[in-house]
Design a protein around this ligand. Structure first.
Ligand SMILES: [Zn+2]
Length: 296
């Protein structure tokens, strides 16, 4: 197929990549798809993520498509080609695109956590590497993002029906100038955190959330307005329950002397929900924050 108009053909090929992503979804793989098109507009390869089914950590859609396209043209360099992928490539794939001398990279949605093209690193147009490519982000981004988001939401719901929460995390939000902010605090020993505590025997996650909010932050919340679901934290078998709590008229910042660990001063502040957590954030709480963002 001859490319007529770049914008139209970008959407056309991204739609094909999305179809590949749907194939991954059918296999219960993270739904990401990729398509490679040569300079003349002919499709060289299309592939979807197969890491789990192949027991292969390198079996990302982009890598599989690169292998397929290279085999097809009998050259490890894909000079002049465009790679379409539904999600911003990771470090491994971005590096492979550079090695393959891909000319244009077109991707759908940004990957806030691992994106290596614009979000976390800039490997595809870095001055220190020997090849740079044209980057076109955001093509059919809503569709691409939705597939992955729905996939992980489905996974979480599957967890929900079995797991019992061991930790309760009261989520407190406010809106300032139209932007959502979440309550967080600096812990003197372990860095920036969200309020969180153990669900005691006989206590519901809701009750634990309201109690923890009072003990850790001195906030008397009226009630829980929404259950934001469970999260397998991956740490010590902890399953967290997020409970959105209703609060009113909280100050911009305050400190609270909590009884934890013999008594410590916690400094509370508001973190813009979409802002990247800085290096003071504890890794576990960073991941909890990402989970909350997706649940709201
Ligand atoms: Zn990858």
């Amino acid at each position: 197929m001859q490319a007529v108009n770049t914008e139209d053909s970008d959407e056309h090929f991204m739609a094909l990549a999305l179809r590949e992503a749907e194939k991954a979804l059918a296999l219960d793989e993270v739904p990401i798809g990729a398509v490679i098109v040569d300079a003349g507009g002919d499709i060289l390869a299309s592939a979807s993520n197969r890491t789990i089914i192949d027991n292969d950590p390198t079996a990302h859609a982009e890598i599989l498509a690169l292998r397929m396209a290279s085999a097809k043209i009998g050259n490890y360099r894909l000079t002049g080609s465009t790679l379409y992928t539904t999600i911003e490539p990771c470090v491994m794939c971005a590096g492979a695109l550079v090695n393959a001398r891909i000319e244009r990279l077109v991707f759908g949605a940004h990957d806030e956590r691992f994106g290596a093209v614009e979000t976390k690193f800039r490997l595809c147009d870095s001055d220190v590497l020997n090849h740079r490519m044209e980057i076109v982000p955001g093509v059919l981004s809503d569709e691409c993002r939705k597939l992955v988001k729905d996939f992980f939401r489905g996974k979480r719901n599957a967890t929900d029906s079995h797991a019992q929460p061991t930790k309760a995390c009261p989520v407190v939000l406010r809106t300032v100038d139209g932007l959502l902010q979440i309550l967080a605090f600096h812990h003197p020993l372990t860095g920036t955190q969200l309020v969180k505590g153990t669900v005691e025997p006989g206590e519901s996650a809701e009750e634990a959330s309201l109690r923890e909010l009072f003990e850790e932050a001195a906030i008397q919340a009226k009630r829980v307005v929404k259950d934001l679901g469970l999260w397998n934290s991956g740490v010590e078998g902890q399953v967290w329950s997020f409970q959105l709590c209703e609060t009113h008229n909280l100050p911009d910042s305050w400190t609270h002397f909590a009884n934890d660990g013999g008594g410590m001063e916690f400094s509370f502040f508001w973190h813009p929900l979409d802002a990247e957590p800085d290096e003071t954030w504890d890794e576990l709480f960073k991941n909890a924050l990402y989970h909350i963002r997706e649940s709201i």
